[in-house]
Every structure is written in structure tokens, then in C-alpha cells.
Write a protein that binds this ligand. Structure first.
Ligand code: ADP
Ligand code: MG
Length: 693
């Protein structure tokens, strides 16, 4: 249960004073449903209204707060003209300019003959100083309230800066003092304020330098968030460790048969990974290992060998994929491998229903099915194994830590191998997996051709299509990937459908379309048409991103490449270059590109090393961008920026480990404070592991 002290922070934003239902909806969209979400919405700029010169001394282009006398109003004569209010001080004239103004309102705010305080950006028009739509107008008595520093927050349409500022202020006012969860010595060494002071300071920047991620206040807040993240992972890990594992060490009989049937030899890094895994499986403790390697680096066979090891010991093994498409593809590639050891592979997805599903579940529960491939459908409660020994999870970043556990709960002390093709940098691996053991496949199987990657402005689309026509004539198959437009799939879909229509128009009916909203069988049909060569070109949204394998596809066009994450582009590109022809990847971008965007695309052109690409991307864009949840599924942070706070992450990891070592049930006073921290960052699930452990 969430501690009572946090209740005020988890009330809906609409419960704040001064936030009506209309603004509540906008705030919710911008920051989140709860008061606490407003706290995490830190300012990105500031306006200093303390600068209060005389009119003549106010520089153009700068915000100033001026104390002036209202001399007269000049309503517009012609419809399009602005309404002007003339003001003076003893150094000269200032015009206040309003468009679409209502004169009664202005006469009330700026009565003739009164002295008022106005604040806004001063410009000069024919040498006359002007402020157009002042940000603040108030009677001279309220001057102190105007001459302040105003934080500037990212906004959303319909929300005014003032409303948002007030809401944040109300949220800060509702914020309680919390017990300190930091180690006092560490806090002192870092010179960090307490949590509530840190929040208030971060929301009240006095100078530009206060917006930097390196201020004590911002560092502290970032650390808190990272600590919550690392603690949650450590607790999950602990609960897994608490359950005794078992040893899996098969006699190698099945593995030998499969290896003999393989048309290739394993690479050195595949062998190394298998040794790592073999050691984990043989160990009493439960395995939790990440097998990381670029698309096409040969993870599948490694995972399959591990599965065979479990089967040699009489257990069952399951491979779980994030999509139906991938599950089917795994089934396809594993079936012949399994056959060479006299084994069958079964498939369970969301499409299995009714009697056939019941029959399958029955055989699974009876242990007749030894090898199973599936999707999320595996999580369903009625899916039970006779004796699950190993769970392999492909493309783990799409599943949460929680789901990983759910699957491993399906057996007694199930060992877990996670496969990821996302070449995420070390720091990010840590936030997503904590102290997971990692094996990397960093060398490609022999015989791969490098991919010729080029960047082209989208206004040369005609040339691109003409070039594709020539390549298709020579027998090439082409992926055409449509951009991520925004969060809404509907818009993506519209873009893809439109492109499909245009390309069909130009290239004829051997053009197909596949997207995430399609019904399963339609999607399969389109994919199969492409895989079997009945289609020359496949227009796709990012559903083809992971895993799909069509060796004859040798050209890929990515539209609006600048909108994709680099890691994602790299993964997409991995769909080609799998066969024996030379491959080309065309990254279409919309000009002009800024320097960062140019540098990013250049990296892709220059290297095929996924880990290098990921590190560079992190450096160029910062983790915030890289971690766009939609693109990676990795945990997003509100306060921590991994490009800036990488060192804090390492410290948080060590701290989390220490806390859990000393006080595994979080029962000491510091433990209590740490619990509050976990709830504050909504790691409620992690606390539950604590309780049940
Ligand atoms: P990943 O899952 O890492 O994207 P796959 O396991 O699908 O990669 O392997 C890609 C292709 O490379 C498959 O066709 C596979 O048979 C082949 N392959 C795997 N290991 C080797 C190897 N050691 N030598 C040659 N080909 C290999
Ligand atoms: Mg794969």
C-alpha cells in the first residue's frame, strides 16, 4: 500500500486549487494524471523580470519591467490596425500594442492618468519603444509580484504559461516533507539539498545556470529517480535469487545431432555465449542472462542450443517473441533444426482458440510438447507446463521486467535467457535490466556483404523510384519503411497507405502493404507474398522492425529517416544484407536537417557496428530522446538524463545493492524512507516482491 504521506501527490491534477476540469484534461495530457507528475515537469527556461530600467534605457529585444504613466488610448481607425496605449516615464514614450483588443477591458486595466507596471519584450518601431501584448500589467503597488524570475515550462496547445505555472506552484504547495532516503554521508559529500528543497529550487531557477543538469538540486532529483529504478530491479532480482534454482546440464546428445546437421560452424562468439549460458544453467542459482547481438548475428541458434540442453535433461523449453509475426518466423526457423534432433516445435499465439487450443494446452501440461514458441498468449493463466526448465525471451525490451517474472513463474525455478537485438549502450542496459549478466555476439557470421547506406533528400523521390525500378528488374526485392509521424498509429497508417497507393501507381501491382493494424491473416498473407517473391516491394510501418527474415530483400528505403532512433534504423537495416547479393539502404530525409540530425545519419552511413551506433546516438541526442518509449520500450525517466547523469546511475546501482544487502526487507528507518521513494516513482510492483519474498 502506498504510504499515506504520499496521498496528496497521487490525487488527480484536477483536485489542485485553481485547476478546473478543462485544464485538468490538458495537464493530464502534458504531464500525467497525478499531482506528482506536475512536480516532475521541470522548467526548461526562465524569464527574468527583475530588470527594471527607465524606458529610454530599455534595450530592444529584451524583456524589461517598466513603471510608467498611462497618457492615452488610441483605438484602431481601420479594422486591421492594432490598439495602442501611450505611456511615459521621465525618459520618454512607450507604446503598448494590442491586436484584437477590447477597449473596455484595456481601459479598466490601464486607466488614463494612472501609474502601472508593465512587463514584456521591448522592441523599437520607428525609434519608438513598444511592447506588444505585455506579459504582465498591474497596478504599481503590486510591482514586487511582477519583478520576479519566471520559470518557463514546456507547454501544450491550449495551456497558457500562467496556468501551468500556477498549477505547478499548487503542486509544490501540496508537497509534503518526506523522510530522507539518501545515505547522509553521500548526500553531504554531494552537497545535495533535501528532496523538497531540491524540488522547489529546480522549479525556481534564478539564472540560466540553474537549468543545467549539473546543479545540486537537479542532480539530487535525478539520483532519486535512478535509485528508485535500480532498487526496483534489485528487488526483482532478489526475489528471483531467493527461490532456489536447479542445475541443467544435459549430455549433449541432441545438441550434437543439431550441430552436425548445421550447414555452418558456430562463430567464436557464439561458442563463448554458449559456454556462458552452459555455466549458468549448470549452476544452482537461476539464470538471468541477456544475449545481445545485432540483427543477423546468430542469436537464434545459440538460444536453441540452450533449449536443447534443457530438453536433454527432460525439461520443457519455451521461446517467446513480442509479435505474432516473429513467433511464426521463429517456428519456421526452429522446425528444421529441431527435426534434425527428432523433435517437434509447437506454436501458441493469441490466434489459437477453442478446441485446438485446449488440445495444445493439454499436451503442454502433460509434457508431450517439449519445445514451444509463442507470444504474449503464453502469459495466460491456463497455460501450464509439466516441467518448464528454460524460458527464452526474444526482444525483451518490449516486455517489462514484470512479464519476465510472470513467465518464469510458470515453472519451478525457471532459467531465463533474454535475447535483444537492440544494441543499447551499457548505461541503458543497466537501467533496463539492472545487474543482468550479459553475453554479446559482436562478430557477424561469415559471408555477409556490407550494406551500402546512403542519405538522400526526399524531394528526389522520383529518382529513387526510378532507381528502384531498375533494381527490381534485376531481381531485387525492396522494403519501403514509412515514418513514425507521431504517437498515433492512425497517422502512421495514413502515411503508409498513401505511399502504398503512389508506389502501386508507379510500379504496378507487385507492391504490397503491411502495417500493425492489419488483421493477423492479412498480415501473414502480405508477408508471405513478399517472402515467396510474389511481391517486389513491401510498404511497411515499423512492424517489420524486428526479426523478419527475407534473404532476397536487398534494398531498403526508409522515409523520414531523421524521425527514427538510430538504433531502430540500424535494426531496420538489418532486414537486408542477409542474402548473397550486395544490399543498399536509402535513408530519405526531409531537408533541411540540423547539425545533430546530419551527424546522426552520417554515423549510420559510416558504420554497421550497432554498439558504436548506440553509443554515438546517446552522446548526440541524450538518453531522453533515445528512450522515446514508443521506440525502445526502455524505461523513460522524467528527471534523469542518462547522457548527463551516467555516473549517478552507477552510484545508484551500488547504493541499491548496499541497501538491499543490509536491509533486504526495508524495515529500518532508512528502509521505510526507501519504500516511500519507490512509491513516489510508482515502482509499486517492486514493493510487492519485497512483501512476498
Ligand atoms: P539474429 O536472431 O541474431 O538476428 P539469426 O539467428 O536469425 O540472427 O541468424 C541470422 C542468419 O545467420 C540465419 O540464417 C542463421 O542460420 C545464420 N547463421 C547463424 N549463425 C551462423 C554461423 N555461425 N555461420 C553462418 N551462418 C550463421
Ligand atoms: Mg532474431
Amino acid at each position: 500500500m502506498r504510504p499515506e504521506i504520499l496521498y496528496p501527490l497521487f490525487r488527480p491534477v484536477g483536485a489542485l486549487k485553481g485547476v478546473g476540469p478543462r485544464f485538468a484534461v490538458l495537464l493530464e495530457r502534458l504531464t500525467g494524471p497525478h499531482v506528482v507528475d506536475l512536480l516532475w515537469h521541470l522548467p526548461t527556461g526562465l524569464i527574468d523580470r527583475r530588470f527594471a530600467p527607465k524606458i529610454a534605457a530599455a534595450p530592444s529585444g529584451q524583456v524589461a519591467t517598466l513603471t510608467v504613466r498611462v497618457d492615452g488610448h488610441a483605438p484602431p481607425v481601420l479594422p486591421r490596425q492594432p490598439y495602442k496605449v501611450r505611456c511615459t516615464d521621465d525618459t520618454g514614450l512607450l507604446e503598448l500594442v494590442f491586436f484584437h483588443a477590447r477597449s473596455e477591458h484595456l481601459l479598466r486595466q490601464l486607466p488614463i492618468g494612472q501609474t502601472v507596471v508593465v512587463s514584456g519584450k521591448v522592441e523599437r518601431f520607428h525609434d519608438t519603444p513598444q511592447i506588444t501584448h505585455p506579459d504582465a500589467i498591474s497596478p504599481v503597488e503590486a510591482r514586487d509580484q511582477v519583478e520576479t524570475v519566471e520559470p518557463v515550462y514546456p507547454l501544450t496547445a491550449g495551456l497558457t504559461p500562467k496556468t501551468l505555472r500556477r498549477a505547478v506552484q499548487a503542486a509544490l504547495d501540496a508537497t509534503p516533507d518526506l523522510p530522507e532516503w539518501l545515505d547522509p554521508a553521500y548526500q553531504k559529500r554531494q552537497n545535495w539539498p533535501d528532496w523538497r528543497t531540491a524540488l522547489r529550487t529546480a522549479h525556481a531557477p534564478e539564472a540560466e545556470s540553474a537549468l543545467l543538469p549539473t546543479t545540486p538540486a537537479r542532480q539530487r532529483l535525478a539520483y532519486d529517480e535512478l535509485l528508485a529504478n535500480q532498487l526496483a530491479l534489485a528487488l526483482v532480482r532478489l526475489s528471483q535469487r531467493r527461490q532456489p534454482g536447479r542445475t541443467i546440464a544435459g549430455d549433449g546428445r541432441l545438441r550434437r545431432q543439431v550441430l552436425e546437421a548445421l550447414p555452418f560452424r558456430l562463430t567464436a562468439c557464439q561458442d563463448r555465449a554458449l559456454q556462458d549460458i552452459g555455466r549458468d544453467l549448470a549452476d544452482e542459482r537461476r539464470m538471468l542472462r541477456l544475449l545481445q547481438g545485432d540483427v543477423g548475428s546468430g542469436k537464434t541458434i545459440v538460444a536453441f542450443m540452450a533449449m536443447l540442453n534443457a530438453i536433454e535433461c527432460g525439461h520443457q523449453a519455451v521461446l517467446m517473441a513480442p509479435t505474432e509475426l516473429l513467433a511464426r518466423q521463429h517456428l519456421q526457423s526452429l522446425t528444421p533444426l529441431a527435426a534434425s534432433a527428432g523433435l517437434e516445435v509447437a506454436l501458441l499465439t493469441g490466434r489459437d482458440k477453442g478446441k485446438s487450443r485446449d488440445a495444445l494446452l493439454g499436451r503442454l501440461a502433460a509434457g508431450e510438447i517439449r519445445l514451444l514458441v509463442g507470444t504474449h498468449a503464453l502469459f495466460q493463466e491456463d497455460v501450464t507446463f509439466a516441467d518448464l526448465g528454460l524460458a527464452v525471451i526474444d526482444e525483451q525490451h518490449r516486455f517489462g521486467v514484470h512479464q519476465r517474472l510472470q513467465l518464469s513463474d510458470k515453472g519451478r525455478a525457471v532459467d531465463v535467457l533474454v535475447m535483444s537485438a537492440t544494441p543499447i549502450p551499457r548505461t541503458l542496459t543497466m537501467t533496463a535490466y539492472g545487474d543482468l549478466d550479459v553475453s554479446r555476439l559482436d562478430e557477424k557470421p561469415p559471408g555477409r556483404h556490407p550494406i551500402d547506406t546512403r542519405t538522400i533528400a526526399i524531394d528526389r523521390l522520383d529518382e529513387v523510384v526510378a532507381a528502384l525500378q531498375r533494381r527490381i528488374k534485376d531481381g531485387a526485392q525492396v522494403y519501403w519503411v514509412c515514418p513514425l509521424v507521431d504517437e498515433s498509429e492512425v497517422v502512421d497508417l495514413a502515411a503508409a497507405t498513401e505511399r502504398y497507393a503512389i508506389l502501386r501507381d508507379r510500379l504496378g501491382d507487385r507492391v504490397g502493404l503491411v502495417h500493425g493494424r492489419m488483421k493477423g491473416p492479412d498480415k501473414d498473407a502480405a508477408m508471405a507474398g513478399f517472402a515467396e517473391g510474389r511481391l517486389d516491394l513491401l510498404v511497411a510501418t515499423t512492424v517489420i522492425e524486428v526479426g523478419v527474415n527475407v534473404p532476397k530483400a536487398s534494398v531498403m528505403v526508409v522515409e523520414h529517416a531523421e524521425r527514427f532512433g538510430l538504433a531502430q534504423l540500424h535494426q531496420l537495416r538489418g532486414r537486408i544484407g542477409r542474402g548473397d547479393q550486395a544490399s543498399t539502404c536509402l535513408l530519405l530525409f526531409e531537408a533541411p536537417l540540423n547539425e545533430t540530425a546530419k551527424a546522426r545519419l552520417r554515423i549510420l552511413r559510416d558504420t554497421e557496428d550497432g554498439f558504436l551506433i548506440a553509443e554515438e546516438d546517446l552522446r548526440l541526442r541524450g538518453a531522453g530522446e533515445l528512450l522515446g518509449t514508443r521506440q525502445s520500450g526502455l524505461p523513460g525517466f522524467h528527471l534523469a538524463d542518462l547522457a548527463e547523469h551516467g555516473e549517478l546511475l552507477a552510484a545508484a546501482r551500488d547504493d541499491a545493492r548496499l541497501i538491499i544487502d543490509r536491509d533486504p526487507n526495508l524495515l529500518t528507518p532508512r528502509g521505510e524512507a526507501v519504500r516511500a521513494l519507490l512509491y513516489l516513482f510508482e515502482r509499486d510492483a517492486a514493493v510487492r516482491y519485497l512483501r512476498s519474498g
